[in-house]
Design a protein around this ligand. Structure first.
Ligand code: PGA
Length: 249
């Protein structure tokens, strides 16, 4: 059965001390829950090793990695470095990285390859902007993102990927996709994956929803057959809200 995952993307928030304290509380609250979803936190790079020390049941993700393996790339952090620090997941292709840092699907394809080669699990983000949805282009946009960044992978490699569908118009806006909109897209994505890699692979891929997911709407979103969890931004910065979302399963 495919994994249920709730991952908190802290983005560029929390000092080191605040981050460690948040992680400690999340760990405490998560470890008191029985079963359910795999809980993941994605702090800024600087915090990763200290946060990792306070986690037991909760997994840890980076928010990005470099598109090159090593060398003269000032300011970058490689997939191998993350692996050496015990990091398990890496968020790739977040819409903020695409919009503000020029990340294209071609760059993301290289990052995905390096993440997989180093034993990290990519959480690959895809999603349309508002104008694309308004023009009814959203399904095609997401299919192109998946094809261009991921479809060079073998079925074995692909089976190690987690997908996060994040409609850009829902990220940080307070406007959440409706349960039907989320299910429609997740079902569509699974169909696209089945066409490319076969139903067995597609059925094992976790597809998370992201975009203004909160304790009040998580239950309805997660009840959909193709929604396997969430990638949470704002609501992951407060342990009670974040764990409230985990409890929605
Ligand atoms: P949000 O962000 O929950 O604050 O909308 C989600 C994300 O960017 O992953």
């Amino acid at each position: 059965m495919r994994k249920k995952i709730v991952a908190g993307n802290w983005k560029m928030n929390k000092t080191l001390q605040e981050g460690v304290a948040l992680a400690q509380t999340v760990e405490q609250m998560a470890s008191a829950l029985s079963g359910g979803a795999q809980v993941v936190v994605a702090p800024p790079f600087l915090h990763l090793t200290e946060v990792k020390k306070v986690l037991k049941t909760v997994s840890i993700a980076a928010q990005n990695c470099a598109a090159e393996s090593s060398g003269a790339y000032t300011g970058e952090v490689s997939a191998a470095m993350l692996k050496s620090a015990g990091i398990e997941y890496v968020i790739l292709g977040h819409s903020e990285r695409r919009a503000y840092y020029g990340e294209t699907d071609a760059i993301l394809a290289k990052k995905v390859d390096l993440a997989l080669a180093n034993g990290l699990t990519p959480i690959f983000c895809c999603g349309e902007v508002l104008s694309e949805r308004e023009q009814n282009l959203h399904l095609g946009v997401v299919k192109t993102q998946l094809a261009d960044a991921l479809f060079h992978l073998s079925a074995e490699q692909f089976s190690r990927i987690v997908i996060a569908y994040e409609p850009v118009w829902a990220i940080g806006t307070g406007v959440t996709a409706t349960s039907d909109q989320a299910q429609e897209m997740h079902h569509y994505i699974r169909g696209v994956l089945a066409e490319k890699y076969g139903a067995a692979v597609a059925n094992e891929i976790s597809i998370l929803y992201g975009g203004s997911c909160k304790p009040s709407n998580a239950g309805e979103l997660f009840a959909n057959p193709d929604v396997d969890g969430g990638l949470i931004g704002g609501a992951s910065l407060e342990a009670g809200d974040f764990i409230g979302i985990v409890k929605a399963f």
